[in-house]
Ligand binder design. Structure first.
Ligand code: IPD
Ligand code: CA
Ligand code: CA
Length: 260
């Protein structure tokens, strides 16, 4: 069955990529700048090459879109969205909060997601209608029901200094109303932490498909809610995302509406 093969290849891919990331931390990393605050390392590219080579070899006919530019074009209806290193700024500094993220669509519907944190050896997986898991253990979102009791996470775009939609207004509004707000630096992991009940909610304004494909499925499959900033269905092509345990979602949308 196709999903069994997808699962097997995706798990091999994130483990291989994770080993590359772990090993890369032991050596000097080459850093290039895609923008003033937008970094890419040689390890991002090596991780991407390993994942794409595996998919090309094991699943010919599957399409693939990866952050650092690799594209595979197939006609099977399956499409892989890959972030070979989510949290590059953290990684470049040796701060161990980063991940590998892979989401797989069939005919434009997300069917599988995996996010791997090689530092903690935490493997998050989700299958449509099959639940979400951390190292094989079923995940559930938290039961925090008031924003004032909630621990939230967010992130900022690399062009935060010049962009109009810089998220600083929403950040200030949530800082005043939530229990606390964190900015960990890997959106894929932030979403997994919502799925695991470690965060009660997460929002970010200008992400890419590869940042959220796996993590959004993780939140939905653990009983949470995922929308855009206005409460409409998430658009994967240009994600503005609010993900929560469901219970604080409307309160989050209300605060976001204040800043718009
Ligand atoms: C970034 C991280 C970060 C988020 C940024 C993303 P990258 O991805 O997910 O948490 O705030 O918007 O660009 O560049 O490290 O893959
Ligand atoms: Ca990313
Ligand atoms: Ca990345």
């Amino acid at each position: 069955m196709e999903i069994d093969v997808i699962r097997e290849v995706a798990l091999r891919a994130v483990k291989e990529a994770g080993a590359i990331l772990r090993q890369g931390l032991e050596q000097t990393r080459t850093i290039e700048y895609k923008g003033e605050k937008n970094l890419v390392t040689d390890i991002d590219r090596r991780s991407e090459e390993a994942i794409a080579a595996l998919v090309r070899r094991e699943l010919p006919g599957h399409s693939l879109v990866s952050e650092e530019g690799t594209r595979l074009q197939g006609d099977s209806g399956y499409r892989w969205f890959v972030d070979p290193l989510d949290g590059t700024t953290n990684y470049a500094h040796g701060y161990p909060c980063f991940s590998v993220s892979i989401g797989v669509e069939k005919d434009d519907v997300l069917i599988y997601g995996v996010v791997y944190d090689p530092s903690l050896e935490e493997l998050f997986t989700a299958e449509r209608d099959g639940g979400a898991f951390l190292n094989g253990k079923r995940l559930r979102v938290s039961e925090v029901s008031r924003l004032s009791d909630a621990l939230l996470a967010t992130g900022f775009p690399p062009d935060v200094a010049t962009a109009k939609e810089n998220n600083l207004d929403h950040f200030a509004n949530f800082m005043k109303r939530a229990q606390a707000v964190r900015r960990p630096g890997s959106a894929a992991l932030d979403l997994c932490y919502v799925a695991a009940g470690r965060f009660d909610g997460f929002w970010e304004l200008r992400l890419n498909t590869w940042d959220v494909a796996a993590g959004s499925l993780m939140v939905m499959e653990s009983g949470g809610r995922v929308t855009d900033l206005r409460g409409q269905p998430l658009r994967l092509s240009k994600p503005q995302i609010v993900a929560s345990n469901g219970l604080i979602h409307d309160e989050m949308l209300h605060i976001l509406a204040m800043g718009m």
